[in-house]
Design a protein around this ligand. Structure first.
Ligand code: THU
Length: 141
């Protein structure tokens, strides 16, 4: 358990569910993310592609931006699941560098990044493991 409100397994199921909402007609690679706040609320996100490829938004950032725009500032975990459209994930979908940087802006040392193939097959990392020697607000204050 990450906190008493919701288990890793439930958070992963939310990521798997929202993955179905992905808009990925160019890559056919769909991603779902479920972001857990410290208070136990979940914000979900999917990848949203664009014909102008660089405009694409990843699932993790969709979830973060939804939460931040609703006033949330404290997060405990994010679950991520991705793979070829309409297929169960066969690999762990690790967050891209841009999403790792967004996570580091809004999280602390205890933040868990969960990459999942299913609700029973997953790995848990601390953001620091995925983004060591990071650049953050403290670097420029
Ligand atoms: N994608 C994500 O949603 N999250 C990541 O961390 C990596 C990549 C999406 C973006 C694009 O729609 C598709 O996966 C293929 O790159």
């Amino acid at each position: 358990m990450i906190n008493e409100k919701i288990s890793f397994e439930k958070l992963i199921n939310r990521a798997l569910d929202i993955r179905k909402m992905s808009y990925a007609p160019y890559s056919n690679y769909t991603v779902g993310a479920a972001l857990l706040t410290e208070s136990g609320k979940v914000y979900t996100g999917c990848n949203i592609e664009n014909a102008s490829y660089g405009v694409t938004n990843c699932a993790e950032r969709t979830a973060f931006f939804k939460a931040i725009s609703e006033g949330e500032r404290k997060f405990s975990a994010i679950a991520i699941a991705g793979g070829i459209v309409e297929q169960a994930p066969v690999e762990y979908a690790y967050p891209c560098g841009v999403c790792r940087q967004v996570m580091q802006e809004f999280t602390n040392r205890n933040f868990n990044v969960i990459v999942a193939k299913s609700h029973t097959d997953y790995k848990v990392y601390r953001l620091e493991e995925l983004l060591p020697f990071s650049f953050g607000g403290e670097s420029i204050r």
